[in-house]
Design a protein around this ligand. Structure first.
Ligand SMILES: [Zn+2]
Length: 502
């Protein structure tokens, strides 16, 4: 029967679980001294060994001849559990069984003594998916568990577990597995499976696995699928890894302030269904190498792509980019669904430094100027050839607003430019600098129909400013400065290119 590499090579004893010694040592000593908890909570990233450890516990506590807390693997109990024929071991995935009825079934079952083993072990995966009523039902059981019952709850999202459940469990935090540990275990698997793999390919897989051993073995299996040797270029192709050239490309776009081209690259990464967050981390790692190369005057790296890219930046500029990008990375971790938006916002911000009023950004602009003065090159900053895409590029949309238009007509609607707009922008800036960035490229108008119009120059700006919280800040600023009483019903945020009005 075909078995996924990850299952086939799943550790059978605590000793073989990689990177979680702080947990396996405690479990071994608890089990060998008979001090077993009735409820364990395993939390940590996916693929770090939570289910594996739960399965080892199930065997270790029931084993007839345990060895230092590890299951022997040969006695009838161990064999029955390994084969999956032991009815006393119940595994449940809360992602698909999250209702109160599923937990009631468990509650009804725990009162009976085990059919053939010493302990009934209930392993509940993704336990954070349980409904509130299911958690309450589970809590009742955890409060007074029968002596022959052990619960092992596993979760990737600790913050979703009610405190009442936490306080009933012995908790273990699983760590991401280091690339070195992943590589060394992959080598064992490769040897056992007669897979030939280049060291650099294993390196890439370990880097992309982000601490998940399961992901690493799944990627290894995927790359080994066609039966040939796993080379670096094959792994790069198959896994959709970001080749260093792509990282260098987007860095160059940023250096040359080609916002549209930089955003296009992010779009392509997204469309190729690669994980934006992974790409982002790779980009940060690349830019860090670039920064180190500039800071050490080229002694840090002799990678040609890194050195070439380093020639396009000043150290201040890269530092500022890294600051903005790591901030975006933090935002992505909090709200993964918005990863692409955060990547785009950060990219727009670093491509057009005039939008960035942070002191570091200003220092970086000064250092750019110093560079120009030193080199005697006073040409206009945007030197890159304007591509077709640039016509609609976001960078173009943020042309600083110049002389306000006094009066404009759109059909019967007369619009009067709001003279206090720069003052409004400054007021918003004090509360929310990102929103200010977007309305700085816009212009406010009072309409003859009693409405206030904010003419933005991109859909992106409109959707950003239209968010109720941000719009409220803007309206409050308008009302305070213009002494008006607009509300969200008579303020219109829309896209109108300035040059169309003029
Ligand atoms: Zn055994």
């Amino acid at each position: 029967m075909y078995q996924a590499l990850y299952r086939k090579w799943r550790p059978q004893v605590f000793e073989d679980v990689i990177g979680q010694k702080h947990i396996t040592e405690v479990l071994k000593s608890e089990i060998s001294s008979g001090k077993i908890s009735h409820a364990y909570l395993f939390c940590g990233p996916r693929g770090t060994g939570k289910t594996t450890c739960a399965k080892i516990i199930a065997r270790a506590v029931n084993c007839e001849h345990p060895v230092n807390g590890d299951p022997c693997g040969n006695c009838p109990s161990c064999k029955a559990i390994l084969e999956g024929s032991a009815t006393d071991i119940v595994e449940m995935d809360a992602a698909s069984n999250n209702g109160v009825d599923d937990i009631r079934d468990i509650r009804d079952a725990v009162v009976y003594t085990p059919a053939e083993l010493k302990y009934r072990v209930f392993i509940i995966d993704e336990v954070h998916m349980l409904s509130i009523s299911a958690f309450n039902a589970l809590l009742k059981t955890l409060e007074e568990p029968p002596a022959h019952v052990i619960f092992v709850l596993a979760t990737t999202e600790l913050q979703k577990i009610p405190a009442t459940i936490l306080s009933r469990c012995q908790r273990f935090d699983f760590h991401r597995v280091t690339p070195m540990d992943i590589i060394s275990r992959m080598k064992t698997v490769c040897a056992g499976e007669k897979i030939e793999a280049e060291e650099s390919a294993l390196d890439l897989i370990a880097r992309m696995a982000q601490g998940s051993f399961r992901d690493a073995l799944n990627m290894l299996e995927f790359c080994a699928g066609s039966g040939e040797n796993i080379t670096l270029s094959k792994a790069t192709d198959l896994l959709g890894a970001s080749p260093v050239e792509l990282l260098a490309d987007i860095s160059t776009c940023i250096a040359e302030k080609r916002t549209a081209d930089a955003l296009k690259i992010i779009d392509n990464v997204y469309l190729s269904s690669r994980d934006i967050a992974v790409f982002w981390r790779e980009l940060i790692a690349f830019l860090r190498d670039v920064m180190m190369t500039i800071a050490t005057r080229g002694t840090y790296s002799n990678d040609k792509t890194v050195v070439d890219t380093a020639g396009k930046f000043t150290v201040m500029k890269v530092m500022r980019i890294l600051e903005v990008f790591t901030q975006a990375e933090g935002d992505m971790n909090k709200l993964p669904a918005n990863a692409k938006l955060y990547a785009e916002m950060a990219t727009v911000k670093v491509c057009d430094p005039t939008m960035d009023t942070d002191p570091t950004a200003i220092l970086s602009r000064i250092s750019d100027l110093e560079e120009k003065i030193a080199s005697g090159n006073f040409k206009k900053a945007v030197s890159a050839p304007a591509s077709k895409a640039d016509e609609n590029s976001v960078s173009k949309l943020f042309v600083p607003y110049e002389e306000p238009v006094k009066m404009t007509y759109e059909g019967k609607l007369a619009l009067t430019a709001c003279k206090s707009w720069p003052e409004i922008v400054r007021k918003v800036q004090r509360q929310d600098s990102m929103t200010a960035t977007f309305i700085r490229g816009a212009q406010g108008y009072t309409g003859s129909d009693g409405q206030f119009y904010i003419n933005c120059d991109s859909d992106f700006a409109v959707s950003y400013v239209s968010d109720m919280r941000r719009l409220t800040i803007v309206i409050l600023a308008i009302n305070q400065i213009c002494n008006t009483s607009y509300n969200e019903k008579n303020v219109v945020v829309r896209v109108v290119m300035q040059h169309i009005i003029q």
